[in-house]
Design a protein around this ligand. Structure first.
Ligand code: ATP
Ligand code: LTN
Length: 339
């Protein structure tokens, strides 16, 4: 063991992914991607654009290709530094799909049937309830287990999938011997769930048909101001966080996430002022918060050679990290060695 290994405890490993299904929303940013950047110094981090997951719903091939490249650039613009983290595209590392097959044979039909995302998505895409949509959580488990990740930073909506990944890991380990680390979810304290600006009882989602329902992280200032001005609130005129005030609660959460102010501070700041002033302040604060991401995205998008180089390095690193684990899995289940 080297001197350094003796004195420096190994960093914990984290893995997370995001689908290239559109421009990231303020919800994706605050709930997930913003935290990825903040975690990369403390953890050994691996971040992935999950294009294999994206094709579980209908994608137009040219649009998927463009969306994947944009999602990769967005991920870097949000603060993921490819020198500190492994940043890559899922389909570039075949070990995810290979492991997924093996894990699917340790996953029960009944468990997959209970997944709420499957139920929601099959209701929304009734004309395309494909087998991939059903086995989506197995591939997500493979993403995580292929790296023996300790922690998985996700929004609250993904906790059920993570619980399944843990069950698959435990089951495999029990049957074939200790192979996988059992991962923990990491939902940061600030990992608030942002709601739709048009229907604050629904999650802000990048695939919402109503563009006014969510703020995209590349929206310009005028668009952001307009979306907040139109945000649904209530008929009172009091900025305070209280049950039944879903619209105001959501705007206060957003304002708090981008300014760091507490709910009490926000209530004091807007005492005696109307919702119009409050909405403008939220819009201004969000636009200021996102401005550096927008300009960094513009800079990165103009440098395709750099992006392609980062993508190539990232896939090579990801492949190397997973090859040994996959060989171990193959040996454990009884496949003949490939000479
Ligand atoms: P889609 O609408 O295409 O299904 P999505 O907007 O729900 O996508 P995902 O790509 O599924 O986003 O999720 C990426 C990450 O963002 C996940 O960790 C998820 O938990 C988090 N996330 C998504 N929406 C929100 C939200 N409204 N608030 C907080 N976190 C969110
Ligand atoms: N299912 C996740 C995206 C995702 C993911 C992962 C997140 C795919 N693989 C592995 C964490 C770890 C989603 O829709 N947000």
């Amino acid at each position: 063991m080297s001197q350094q290994e003796m004195t420096t405890p190994q960093k914990k490993r984290i893995f997370s992914g995001i689908q290239p299904t559109g421009v990231f929303t303020l919800g994706n940013y605050i709930g997930a991607v913003r935290n990825w950047g903040a975690l990369q110094d403390e953890y050994e981090s691996i971040y992935c654009i999950v294009d294999l997951h994206a094709i579980t719903v209908m994608q137009e091939p040219a649009a998927l290709r463009a969306n994947t490249m944009r999602a990769y650039a967005l991920m870097l613009a949000c603060g993921i530094d490819p020198k500190k983290s492994v940043a890559f595209i899922q389909s570039h590392n075949p070990n995810h799909a290979e492991l997924s097959w093996v894990l699917s044979c340790s996953t029960m039909f009944g468990e997959l049937s209970r997944m709420t995302q499957f139920k929601d998505k099959s209701a929304r895409h009734a004309d395309n309830i494909n087998a991939g949509l059903f086995t989506y959580p197995v591939l997500m488990a493979a993403d995580i287990l292929a790296y023996n990740a300790d922690l998985v930073p996700i929004g609250a909506d993904q906790k059920q999938h993570l619980e399944l990944a843990r069950n698959i890991a435990v089951r495999f380990n029990q049957r074939f011997g200790q192979t996988f680390t059992v991962p923990e979810p990491y939902v940061p304290a600030s990992g608030a769930r942002l709601m739709s600006l048009q229907d604050p009882t629904k999650k802000m989602s990048k695939s919402d048909e109503n563009a006014n329902a969510c703020v995209f992280i590349l929206d310009d200032k005028d668009t952001i101001m307009r979306k907040f001005k139109r945000a649904v609130t209530d008929s009172e005129a009091e900025v305070c966080y209280r049950e039944g005030k879903d619209g105001i609660n959501n705007l206060m959460t957003i304002y708090s996430c981008v300014t760091g102010k507490t709910m009490d501070e926000i209530t004091a700041e807007f005492a005696g002022k109307g919702y119009g002033d409050f909405k403008s302040a939220v819009g201004e604060a969000v636009a200021d918060h996102l401005a550096p991401v927008r300009s960094e995205f513009a800079r990165l998008s103009a440098d395709k050679a750099y992006l392609n180089e980062c993508i190539a390095i990232g896939s090579e690193q990801a492949y190397r990290m997973t090859r040994k684990i996959l060989s171990k899995v193959y040996r454990r289940v009884g496949f003949v060695d490939h000479k």
